[in-house]
Design a protein around this ligand. Structure first.
Ligand SMILES: [Zn+2]
Length: 470
């Protein structure tokens, strides 16, 4: 009997009951319909003749009533989050006008400006901490590949040098302050400088009270250690709220001093309600990364190391099957065979043109589905590649000069040899100086069987490869 009654319910009830097995889009549709039905203003003959939808629902006494749609749930369900998006978070410390910084943790301000220019040229959007957290919390989406900028400690030059450069580019940034180094003179920022920095686009987060290695118990008793950790985590944030809370620039986030943390520290940070905590492990942050272990690329001022990898989104995500395709293999007779798929420029090759022709040779694969092929290039997003089924070659000529010293490419396709989508990503290096010095924009690649371009973007003949890349 019960079951029969369910079938007699209006269609909109059925839509609500089916909610759990429908997609987000459909959930939104369904909840919209319910909302419409409930809020609709009567038309036509007037209220007297128009049955009130809420009454219809109420007058079905034995009906299995679905819970009324929770507007908050419905709103969240309607938000589409790109869980494949990746954020490269940069970590800086101190800035200087000296040509040669004394330490890796200090960067020359012109080098810094140059790095921001590279981010801009690569068309990588820079997101704010709030945007990052909203994405992690399923509240809002972010671009597929983007950058976030953080600065640690509270050095005066963060205000006197870096803030204006950040403002030149309109990039939001986050500064992690530790209580004992706020407004204490010397090279620490004053309260007013911090307020000015917030007014110019900075978000403030906690970097502990004392800037000690929090995982080091030292001679403390367990009880004392626990109390001390609590102070480092809680008092540091409270201090920021007390002093800068009214600016609206303080966010409940934490940067572990030296990037060092333990399970206990993480748990205490969760308990205290930190939205996220940051380490110094240089890797891209994906949606499913633990919010209390978010990695950052610490950019070194003397070697400028870490910046190239931080800006490169192409590599590091070759699917298992894709890896086999680009590796050497042995046939049944034990003979070594070259890779089935080859790329130009090769992985890690150094090219001496800033306008490289990117190619992938799929001629050794059967049943490549032309429509399934996609190519993404760092900073450009989806590239309008060409695919020639005759030669089996995918190609894409970069339309504008690469200004970064590394370029990443990701190609995906289906072929009859595998049920899965093949994903092949690789990076190559761009020798900016070599192109500058050389008259011929020749392409230096690893030797491989591939149809190479006979001329470059300027119509100059391209030297055929004879040199192996390092
Ligand atoms: Zn620090």
């Amino acid at each position: 009997m019960e079951r029969l009654r369910i079938f007699t319910l209006p269609l909109l009830l059925a839509a609500v009951i089916l909610l759990p097995i429908t997609s987000c889009e459909k959930i939104k549709e369904a909840t919209d319909k319910v909302g419409e039905a409930l809020n609709r203003t009567p038309e036509g003959p007037g209220p007297a003749n128009q049955p009130d939808p809420t009454q219809i629902l109420a007058e079905e006494p034995d009906a299995v009533m679905p819970p009324p749609p929770d507007p908050e749930e419905a709103r969240k369900a309607a938000i589409v989050i790109n869980k494949e998006a990746r954020v490269s978070i940069l970590g800086y410390h101190d800035f200087t006008t000296d040509e040669r910084p004394r330490s890796d943790m200090i960067i020359n301000i012109d080098d810094f400006r140059d790095q921001l220019q590279q981010i801009k040229d690569a068309e990588l959007p820079v997101i704010s901490m709030r945007e990052f957290l909203d994405w992690k919390q399923g509240e809002a989406d972010i671009p597929a590949e983007c950058i976030m900028i953080t600065v640690d400690d509270g050095w005066k030059a963060t205000h006197t040098l870096a803030t204006d450069v950040m403002a030149e580019f309109g990039f939001p940034f986050t500064v992690f302050l530790y209580k004992k180094y706020v407004g204490v003179g010397g090279r620490s920022m004053t309260h007013d400088e911090i307020r000015d920095m917030i007014a110019k686009g900075a978000t403030i987060g906690s970097h502990s009270v004392s800037h000690s290695n929090m995982a080091k118990k030292g001679g403390k008793s367990t009880d004392d250690y626990n109390k001390w950790l609590k102070v480092e985590l809680e008092e540091s944030y409270q201090f920021l709220m007390d002093n800068f809370g009214e600016t609206g620039g303080v966010v409940k986030i934490f940067a572990y001093p030296y990037g060092i943390y333990s399970d206990q520290i993480k748990e205490m940070a969760i308990e205290y309600g930190y939205e996220a905590a940051f380490t110094v492990n240089g890797k891209k942050t994906k949606w499913d990364v633990d919010n209390l272990e978010v990695g950052r690329y610490i950019v070194h001022g003397t070697t400028l190391a870490n910046f190239g990898p931080a800006l490169s989104f192409g590599g590091g995500s070759v699917s298992g099957a894709g890896r086999k395709l680009i590796s050497e293999s042995k046939n049944e007779d034990g003979e070594v065979q070259g890779p089935l798929v080859t790329m130009t420029p090769a992985k890690d090759a150094n090219v001496t043109t800033r306008l490289p022709l990117i190619q992938m040779d799929l001629s050794k694969l059967d049943g490549v589905v032309a429509d399934s092929i996609s190519m993404r290039v760092t900073g450009l997003g989806m590239a309008p590649h060409k695919y020639d089924p005759e030669t089996g070659i995918i190609s894409y000529q970069l339309p504008m000069r690469l200004r970064t010293d590394s370029c990443g490419v990701m190609v995906q396709f289906n072929h009859s040899g595998s049920n899965d989508v093949e994903k092949i990503g690789w990076n190559f290096k761009v020798d900016q100086l070599a192109e500058y010095l050389s008259k011929e924009n020749s392409l230096i690649v690893s030797p491989m069987k591939m149809n190479l371009p006979t001329e470059d973007a300027k119509g100059q003949p391209v030297a055929q490869p004879t040199t192996a890349a390092n």
